[in-house]
Design a protein. Structure first.
Length: 128
């Protein structure tokens, strides 16, 4: 939901649909395709006993090192969460810097009537 809000607020109205499409494609390419492959590789690295039905196949894990399995998954999720927090923090810095630089006065009418009112919110000028 946060990515949707950032994407819709940071682009012009005529290319919002295109930018949302590109962000979905990038999320799929960078997250949903290599993620399960990498996670499967991590889980397989904690295997203690493999069953090999024949010489050509890799087999199936029959027994995992549970301590190593738990630590590996915890480190994996903590690393991904830390990277996500850092990237969202950097994105918020760039968004705040962009709103300071623009200095454009935004305004709209309330319920279709009345005067436009503006107010400096510290993040740029907002309209009420």
């Amino acid at each position: 939901m946060l990515v949707l809000a950032v994407c819709s607020r940071s682009v012009e109205d005529d290319i919002k649909a295109f930018s949302l499409g590109v962000s979905v494609i990038l999320a799929r390419l960078l997250g949903q395709i290599p993620g399960p492959i990498f996670l499967g590789r991590l889980i397989d690295s904690t295997c203690k006993l493999w069953s090999k039905p024949d010489c050509e196949s890799s087999g199936v894990c029959q027994l995992y090192k549970l301590d190593m399995f738990a630590h590996t998954l915890m480190i994996y999720w903590m690393t991904l969460s830390l990277i996500a927090v850092i990237l969202f923090f950097i994105a918020s810095l760039f968004a705040r810097r962009a709103s300071f630089k623009s200095g454009q006065e935004l305004s709209y009418t309330v319920n279709g009537q009345g005067e436009n009112q503006t107010k400096d919110t510290g993040y740029g000028v907002a309209a009420f």
